[in-house]
Design a protein. Structure first.
Lengths: 147, 147
DNA sequence: ATATTTTTGACCTTATTTGACCTTTGAATA
DNA sequence: TATTCAAAGGTCAAATAAGGTCAAAAATAT
């Protein structure tokens, strides 16, 4: 079994019990006898947003990497939605999705407003091809974090 | 937990009850077993204006440092914030702003998560120059919608 | 044989801690 | 009154303690 998989399992094992875990990158690298950047590799490939994790970190003295598990239990609806969204989505399609989300009570009015703004055509000042792509990415990630 | 955070918490705890606090720098440094300038560091990084505090001090005999909590309304706080954000902003600066927004109770946890995700470096797959610019735009617009 | 994934390491950025040296101020002294 | 001195607080840069990035090398998979 590859080291990255072993580290992945170790972290997931902790996350079975806890909602989040705070890592010391160097300490962990030491524990698994690898270079520190391998920890980043594992995090980037196994604990990214679309895998259902949320990662924050700080540098400097007392720095840490926090991996938070996103709790899916609440929303099959939302997960279906996220999975149905392709790599690109237009402003219009987004509006429709968000309206139904609100009607179905999966988000508060402020939350919907926030998502609408972040995916809005006027706010996303980019050329068209890339815009629908960035929008899809933002939208999916935001939806996941609604859970 | 790092010392600076501990000192921060201690001060904030006093400020829960009081509108302001008068510190003796050397005495406090002594209490926390650190050099006096660390007190300045904590004040500079945690109790500055954009965090909603106002600091006055006097040197010489009978000197003191007074930290006063500013009671911003949500609207004032957010508008200040929005106006202080330039055309470009990094992921890191954004995190700091959002954390203090949450600490000041001007946004719910989900709202903060949504904004963090929408402005996140990994989600915004764009080249660096344009990324900080798009992020600033998204951030400002989302903040306004928090009102 | 080639493409993809993993491992490794050199170099970078950021946050905190520490200490040497500087400035201001009020009180005591000349 | 002018001078001096001790008691504050201020500044800044070095040392230390994290974590981040990126690309080359190695290993695996197709």
């Amino acid at each position: 079994m590859k080291l990255s998989d072993i580290i992945e399992d170790w972290i997931k094992n902790v996350l079975k019990e806890e909602q989040y875990i705070d890592l010391q990158r160097n300490e962990l690298a030491n524990q698994f006898n690898c270079v520190p950047s391998q920890i980043n590799y594992v995090i980037d490939t196994r604990f990214n947003n679309s895998n259902g994790y949320y990662v924050e970190s700080r540098r400097g003295g007392g720095g840490y990497i926090r991996i938070t598990k996103i709790d899916y239990s609440k929303g099959e609806y939302i997960m279906n939605l996220v999975n149905s969204i392709k790599d690109n989505i237009t402003n219009n399609e987004t509006q429709i999705i968000l309206n139904s989300l609100y009607k179905n009570d999966f988000a508060t009015e402020t939350e919907i407003k926030l998502i609408k703004v972040a995916t809005n055509d006027k706010v996303l000042r980019l050329n068209n091809e890339i815009k629908d792509n960035v929008r899809a990415c933002i939208l999916k990630n935001m939806l996941i974090n609604l859970l």
